[in-house]
Every structure is written in C-alpha cells, then in structure tokens.
Write a protein that binds this ligand. Structure first.
Ligand code: FMN
Length: 181
C-alpha cells in the first residue's frame, strides 16, 4: 500500500482488505480531488493505493498500478503494468467498464491492448505525455512513442483513457488534495 500524498509505503493496511472504491468515499480514507486537477473526472479518491511489484527470481521486474476514470458512459477501472523504469508500458487492461459494445469496449479487446506495450508515459518533462490520438499513429512522428491509435467511433472513450492514465501517473496525485469532511 502506498500513501499517495507522500509516496511512502503505508504499513497500517493489509492490501487484501483494502477497497479503493469504498475508501474514496470514507472520510478517514478518502479525499476530494481539486476539480482543476480532476482530469480523470472521479471527484474523490482514496489517499492510499494498492500497488504490485512483480518479482522474478527475487528481482522486481514489473510494476502494476491501479488506474480508473470516466469514459463516455462509465467509470473504467483497470491496471497499468510498467517496466522497472516506471516509464515504459507493458500493458493496460480494464476489468470493469460499461462503454458501448463494438465502440468503446474495444479498450479491452486484444487488438487495441496490443498497441500499448513499449509506449512511454514520460518524455523530457515530468508530465505524462501518453495520449490516445485520433486515427493512426505515424511511426515517424517524434511523439509516436507516447501515442496510441484512437478507436474509430469512440474518440470520447479514448480521451477518457488518456486522462485516467495521465491522472494516475501524473503530478496531480501529489498536490495538496483537499481533505474530505
Ligand atoms: C448508441 C451510441 C453509443 C456510443 N458509444 C460510444 C462509446 O462507447 N464511446 C465513445 O467514445 N463514443 C460512443 N458513441 C459515439 C459518441 O457519441 C461520439 O460520436 C464519438 O465518441 C465520436 O468519436 P469519433 O469522432 O471517433 O466518431 C456512441 C454513440 C451512440 C449513438
């Protein structure tokens, strides 16, 4: 468990007991997100997050972080897996959403998921650059390593994915959030 305000591990929790959805609304565990920083459009979140360090022969070789945010119709919840550089994406999967079958639901189909591995969150500055664009990525463009093809007919779902990944990997998480009352 990580305390998102300090970035330190939080020892008072057993991860398996932690319910991030309930905690977001719990006065002791949740905070209201400053609307100016709420790019994922979730309004509240837990102060803590359960993160996973996957080890291979004792060495961490993968970091898995929970991510969620608003799509067109639903809150899309999933996990992003990163290489140990905490920059290169291994994969992005959603386990819950209610985007339209045939349109926004492509976010969790193999074809679209396959576009993510190898993409990078950050460039030269600390703000995440990752973006689901409209149309196809031009591999020759300088931003290509941060770009993922859009889903035709589902630009809004794709924009939601951009925003939620940027929120959970961006500096908004660390800025003095307002304590819930
Ligand atoms: C019944 C219905 C369901 C839709 N479902 C989605 C959806 O799941 N995700 C999405 O981004 N757009 C959905 N749209 C389309 C949006 O209203 C919007 O037109 C679209 O996101 C624009 O993307 P485009 O510019 O790629 O066409 C739906 C439209 C209709 C009529």
């Amino acid at each position: 468990m990580v305390d998102l305000e300090t970035g330190a591990y939080a020892t008072d929790f057993e991860g398996a007991d932690f319910d991030a959805i309930a905690a977001a609304r719990d006065p002791a565990l949740g905070i209201d997100i400053d609307p100016a920083e709420d790019i994922a459009n979730i309004k509240q979140r837990a102060r803590y997050a359960e993160v996973f360090l996957v080890r291979d022969n004792g060495r961490v070789n993968q970091i898995i972080l929970p991510v969620y945010g608003a799509g067109l119709w639903s809150t899309m919840r999933g996990f992003i897996a990163l290489e140990t550089d905490a920059n290169t994406i291994r994969g992005l999967r959603f386990y819950e959403h209610a985007e339209t079958p045939g349109l926004g639901d492509q976010i969790d189909k193999p074809a679209w998921r396959s576009l993510w591995p190898g993409k990078q969150l950050y460039g030269d500055d600390p703000l995440p650059q990752i973006e689901v664009i409209r149309g196809h990525v031009d591999p020759a463009s300088p931003g290509a390593v941060h770009q993922v093809d859009g889903i035709s007919g589902a630009t809004l779902t794709g924009r939601g994915v951009t925003n939620l990944v940027r929120y959970w990997t961006g500096p908004g998480l660390r800025r003095h959030p307002v304590k819930k009352v």
